[in-house]
Design a protein around this ligand. Structure first.
Ligand code: CMP
Length: 139
């Protein structure tokens, strides 16, 4: 059975332009329940490790710089089939291609500064959730 929670980050572009509350409210209106959240600025090393799967890709350096440039908001939400539901709710990586009503269509600036990250599989939701939260913080 699919996991009933997933991991997400409100990225520095959205957090620092005051969109965190609007994004959380948008997700809550769709039935996501906030289970854990924190505000922090990633070190360069933490950003490199979190995005290690993208190491070697042309955008990796820019991604690490951006994600460690200012505070962000890692969080965990609960919903049935959570990973799939949240990926649907946030929309395509590039806001120009994101469907109407998705978080990225509403709040993202560009493919790099795209407002929100969401885990792309149950396995990554567990791994990424553990990267930022103690077990006791989440479910
Ligand atoms: P995210 O879901 O956080 O996972 C990897 C991130 O790399 C992605 O969102 C984008 O913000 C970022 N990125 C920057 N440039 C690109 C690109 N050209 N293709 C894909 N992802 C990119």
């Amino acid at each position: 059975m699919a996991l009933n929670y997933t991991f997400s980050i409100i990225k520095p572009d959205a957090f620092n332009s005051g969109k965190a509350g609007k994004i959380v409210a948008h997700l809550e209106a769709q039935g996501f329940v906030l289970k854990a959240a924190r505000v922090m600025q990633l070190s360069k090393k933490q950003a490199e490790e979190f995005y290690a799967v993208h190491r070697g890709r042309p955008f990796y350096g820019e991604l690490v710089e951006f994600m460690s440039s200012a505070p962000c908001m890692p969080f965990i939400v609960q919903k049935d089939n959570a990973v799939h539901a949240l990926r649907d709710a946030i929309g395509a990586t590039d806001p120009a291609e994101a469907a109407a009503g998705t978080v990225r269509k509403l709040y993202a600036e560009s493919k790099g500064r795209n407002a929100i990250h969401a885990s792309d599989s149950d396995e990554n939701a567990v791994r990424e959730g553990r990267f930022f939260f103690a077990e006791a913080d989440s479910l």
